[in-house]
Write a protein that binds this ligand. Sequence first.
Ligand SMILES: Nc1ncnc2c1ncn2[C@@H]1O[C@H](COP(=O)(O)OP(=O)(O)OP(=O)(O)O)[C@@H](O)[C@H]1O
Ligand SMILES: [Mg+2]
Length: 482
Amino acid sequence: MAEVRVLVVDDEEVVLASCERALVSQGYSVALAESVDLALSKLAESPFDVVISDLVMPKKGGMELLKIIRETYPSTNVIMVTGYSSINTAVESIKLGAFDYLAKPFSPAELVLTVKKALEEKGRLVAPYLSDQELPGSMIFDNIIGNSSRMIEVFKFVSKVAATDTTVLVIGESGTGKELVARAIHNNSLRKDNNFVVVDCLTLTPTLLESELFGHIKGSFTGATAAKAGFFEVANKGTLFLDEIGDLSFDLQGKLLRVIQERKYTPVGGTEPRETDIRLVAATNKNLKKMVETGTFREDLFYRLYVVPIFLPPLRERKEDLVILVEHFLRKFSDRYKKPLPRISEKAMKCLLGYNWPGNVRELQNTLERAAVSFEGAEILITDLPEHIQKESGDSAGHAPATIDELKKVKKELRERAIEDIEKEFVVNALAVSGFSVAEAAKAVGMQRTNFYRLIRKYGIKLPTGEEEQYSNNGHNHNGSE
Ligand SMILES: Nc1ncnc2c1ncn2[C@@H]1O[C@H](COP(=O)(O)OP(=O)(O)OP(=O)(O)O)[C@@H](O)[C@H]1O
Ligand SMILES: [Mg+2]
């Protein structure tokens, strides 16, 4: 394969140098330009696969460069680099055909990932290219499969929050991989050598709860013939995963809240409270905010948990992932059942692409397991798929993307998100990178702290405790001082 050529355009030498380092490490041939004019003369000399350009530069800006590249070098993918002040322009640039944008501050790993996405779209790189080594600081994502931009955002986000001790709430429909993500957070955290303990809130009952969570002392009740360690003890120094938190009864919510607040509990039959050092990750497929409004979920607990939310997109919104998910599961089941690795017929694949997947990845996994067990011959045919999938897929064929080209279009639309989404993501991103220090985050993006606080409030982003008080103080002190 011919060498990959990347051109970086920025008026700041440090930015050029750090981009160069990251890209050269991937074996790409890298050219640098300090202005749009210089970039244009390099482009005229020889073609580039990808151009990475700052939006705001003295004299000509990135938008001007983008317009020329789209007209003159249509096979070059352009990635825009944007600071907060130019977010609107970044969104505009996507509409004008930029491949993607990178929000400052970004890490070398993010840069490399975005370039890889751009190369993949050009057909210069074959997915899945997301190996563990390529993620920030060698993140381990076990078997979470996905290379859609939505999932890459999830990976990036997980990698940013994992090392912090902040509480994470994973939100997503059933079967989207919430537990996998919770485990990935644990496995990539400093607590990884201690326990990851799953508490299924759906099965907790008021009578069992205290003994399950807090443990009990020997002889504390009839049948307590031995002491038993509760979840809080087992999870000490590790991670406690509160699964299906929306299904916890109102009464139990209060009890749980108390332990979370005090980080102390007393085993049943015991007298001495014990301390617990846990990192909390919770998951829900319910709309907890709505539940708070209707009075079925405690507001105080909600705010304890809703520190950093991670949204897992449903499978129907990231059908680009289907191809590698299908490959992954077919391999897994052919191994498990000692059968030859099946191919999947084009018609069957189209059928999978056309279906809506209400049960998300779990439903896909089950479907493929059944097909992998029952198919005869060399290929999985459309007739090896459940009837309702064949039927619904056919019914919706007019709307659902079925060809790779259509999928690309869907991908493009996904990128054209509303400005508000991007702005919110931008703020959360800056916060996560700077360990949730507002001062640092604001500095990193070159914003006044007060303005940054305003965005935090606008999007209802909850900061870990401590920062919050600072928030209201600052709000008062600096009122009107921008
Ligand atoms: N991205 C993925 N790659 C590979 N396997 C996945 C992925 N997402 C989910 N799965 C698989 O699908 C199944 C469901 O995942 P998981 O249990 O994490 O979902 P969940 O969101 O917790 O679902 P529920 O709300 O029903 O508990 C698991 O077997 C998991 O291994
Ligand atoms: Mg689950």
